[in-house]
Design a protein around this ligand. Structure first.
Ligand SMILES: [Fe+2]
Ligand SMILES: [Fe+2]
Length: 292
């Protein structure tokens, strides 16, 4: 049955729901992971991402308090999305256990308790804003697109950089899921942001409340650390501007430069002067392969 142009979503939600499954690493021998190097920084980054992936259920509670609950495509997507994200956290945890850097059983609760007041406020604000504006959909979809794209690129960096082939394969598989998640948020945001009022509200929310992945959940210093670890080198500058450029193609978001700005601020905070990339032929990352 042909859909009206208005409701046509380039991302096929039905197909996503049909194919949704937990990330499968049953063919990987995790015991082999110890035979290859894993740096302390990689363990720290994986612990960070394990915390954030495992926090998805808390984020889901917040998002379901908003008008997201009114949209059947979104609720279908979110049901499967939360399931897949849970297994991302679970998989990282399995890897950390295998290399002797286990995450404590009470970790998720500790992370929740450490979540900041601003996180709570954002949750409250979202549900209130929804009552007054039907245009709020564009804001959370845009927020989701930025988070998924940042995560996808982050796993891509880890996969390319690590000398541990088991870890590289795991994060590549996670990135594959993140690409599908990004595609949903991005394509749906593009539709929602056709309305000028949606653009205005989204700009207001993103300009005032946007935080990098893990912001409001992890400490500010830990957020700066991960930004400088993932994006700190010259390739990272390219990646940050590529994320900015992709988000800036959303209607009304032409100004978006937050990844590059956050990268610069994080590097300053870490006492590292931002370096510029010298190779204009830097290979396109996973994003280039993704049709958005
Ligand atoms: Fe994930
Ligand atoms: Fe995701």
């Amino acid at each position: 049955m042909p859909e009206s142009t208005e409701n046509t979503l380039q991302f096929d939600v039905e197909k996503y729901v049909r194919n949704s499954k937990k990330v499968d690493i049953s063919d990987l021998d995790l015991a082999q992971a110890l035979n290859y190097p894993v740096t302390d920084e990689e363990v720290r980054a994986l612990t960070y991402m394990c915390d954030i992936e495992s926090h998805t259920i808390v984020y889901l509670r917040a998002i379901l308090n908003t008008c997201a609950i009114e949209d059947p495509q979104t609720t279908s997507f979110l049901s499967c999305w939360a399931y897949e994200e849970f297994f991302h956290g679970h998989t990282i945890r399995q890897f950390l256990n295998a290399i002797g850097a286990p995450v404590s059983a009470t970790r998720m609760l500790e992370v929740q308790q450490a979540s900041s007041f601003t996180e709570w406020l954002k949750e409250l604000g979202s549900s209130i804003l929804c009552r007054f504006s039907r245009y709020f959909h564009g804001a959370y979809l845009t927020y989701g697109a930025i988070s998924e794209l940042s995560t996808l690129e982050g796993y891509g960096v880890l996969a390319r950089r690590t000398k541990n082939p088991i870890l590289a394969e795991i994060v590549r598989r996670l990135a594959k899921d993140e690409r599908r998640h990004f595609s949903f948020y991005y394509n749906k945001a593009k539709l929602e942001l056709q309305a000028r009022n949606a653009q205005r509200l989204t700009n207001f929310v993103i300009r005032n409340f946007w935080l990098p992945v893990g912001g409001g959940v992890k400490s500010d210093s830990e957020v700066s650390w991960i930004l400088s670890f993932i994006l700190g080198d010259p390739d990272g500058e390219e990646i940050a501007s590529r994320i900015d450029g992709t988000i800036a193609r959303l209607p009304g978001l032409e100004w978006f430069d937050r990844l590059s700005r956050s990268r610069t601020e994080a590097l300053q905070e870490m006492g590292r002067a931002p370096r510029r990339h010298s190779n204009a032929n830097y290979p396109q990352s996973a994003l280039a392969e993704s049709r958005v």
